[in-house]
Design a protein around this ligand. Structure first.
Ligand SMILES: NC(=O)c1ccc[n+]([C@@H]2O[C@H](COP(=O)([O-])OP(=O)(O)OC[C@H]3O[C@@H](n4cnc5c(N)ncnc54)[C@H](OP(=O)(O)O)[C@@H]3O)[C@@H](O)[C@H]2O)c1
Length: 244
């Protein structure tokens, strides 16, 4: 049975832009971009690669190109083996023409200091990384420009406020993973959510859901801003909180 109606409503002609998002509450604007299966799982096997299609990859790159900073969890850094945030020289040049750094800085918060320093991200001398850590992180062999802020109990709220006041960061894109998303939601630090539903059922007991939030404070309302479809994947864009 095919119902043409949804396809008429949904169009993937233009990918969403972040426009001129402004800092709020003394911290940068925070958007999250994540993908999940139709049953809400965050990975296929160990990584999220099996959830994305070409449009998802374009959205991922276009959002990165527009922000000052990418926030990512240590679990995701390790599993997805992160490299430099923006690799395309044309995008780097375009950012510079717009008065930005060639690529967004990266922000990592760790309470234990366990950071996967062997991933390509830490080998790029042009990559700036702001690390908020509860323990010493020995940076031997790291070529990226890493700035460590030590705190007894590092948290995302304090890290975001510091990025804004000390580094002038206005917009942050969080790319997960599920535990970081859970913490941002629990701490009321999320402004916008890009959520892609991949046309797959993953099932599999014990697999991570797209949000893992042991400390969540109850339902958080979302306001739908946009929805589009591409190759059977549904892309949702929400503002966090009640409309208006
Ligand atoms: N589908 C998607 O869009 C998507 C996106 C990203 C990742 N993923 C997948 O998700 C998996 C990784 O996610 P994950 O949830 O294990 O790890 P994660 O969210 O990437 O990182 C979790 C780590 O963040 C640190 N952290 C700092 N403050 C925290 C706080 N307040 N609450 C919780 N954690 C805090 C913790 O390290 P410390 O203990 O050192 O503090 C913790 O181990 C991978 O399999 C990856 O492929 C999927």
């Amino acid at each position: 049975v095919t119902d043409p109606e949804p396809r008429r409503l949904l169009a993937a002609d233009r990918l969403p832009s972040l426009g001129d998002r402004q800092p709020r509450h003394g911290r940068p604007w925070v958007a999250v971009n994540m993908a999940c299966s139709a049953d809400g799982r965050a990975t296929v096997g160990d990584t999220s690669g099996g959830l994305g299609n070409a449009t998802d990859r374009r959205l991922f790159a276009e959002l990165r190109a527009q922000v000052d900073c990418v926030l990512v969890g240590t679990g995701t850094l390790a599993t997805e083996r992160y490299g430099s945030i923006v690799r395309d020289p044309a995008v780097r040049e375009e950012r510079e023409r717009a008065g930005r750094s060639p690529q967004p800085m990266c922000c990592v918060v760790t309470r234990t200091g366990r950071v996967p320093l062997d991933i390509p991200l830490f080998g790029d001398p042009e990559q700036e990384i702001e690390l908020f850590s509860g323990a010493a992180v020995p940076l031997h062999g790291v070529r990226a420009r890493v700035d460590i802020t030590r705190a007894e109990q590092p948290g995302f709220g304090a890290a975001l406020r510091d990025l804004h006041t000390r580094r002038g960061v206005r917009t942050v894109l969080c790319e997960g993973g599920p535990r970081v998303l859970g913490a941002l939601v629990a701490d009321g630090l999320l402004d916008e959510l890009f959520l892609t539903f991949s046309p797959l059922l993953v099932g599999a007991e014990g697999m991570k859901n797209v949000i893992e939030a042991p400390g969540a404070r109850g339902p958080v309302p979302l306001s739908l801003l946009r929805v589009f479809e591409s190759d059977g994947a549904v892309f949702l864009r929400y503002a966090v909180g009640d409309a208006g």
